[in-house]
Design a protein around this ligand. Structure first.
Ligand SMILES: [Zn+2]
Length: 94
């Protein structure tokens, strides 16, 4: 299944979403609930728009979903401790 990079136009919340091609696109932001959650057509681009949006995005996920196993978790290109949500970092989200 393809992974889509979504970002909320209201609060800037970004997330990679695994969806079937037949799945309806998401519209509701999981962070703020606004109906401004939309696919990013140029996933690598939005990574450069801001610095640190992923810090809040993954603040909760990092502690629970990222046990300290640096040997196993390849460092994502962005340098974040865990998957940052960009397309290039999707592989690190395990
Ligand atoms: Zn939002």
């Amino acid at each position: 299944m393809p992974i889509y990079a979504y970002m909320c136009g209201a609060c800037g919340h970004a997330k990679d979403v695994l969806q079937k091609l037949s799945d309806a696109p998401l519209t509701a932001c999981p962070a703020c609930g606004a109906a401004a959650f939309a696919k990013q057509l140029t996933a690598p681009g939005f990574q450069l728009k801001g610095t640190g949006w992923y810090a809040t995005d993954f603040k909760g996920a990092a502690s629970s979903a990222a046990p300290a196993k640096p040997a196993e978790a390849a460092a994502p290109a962005c340098g974040a401790a865990s998957a940052c949500g960009a397309a290039g970092c999707a592989a690190a989200e395990v």
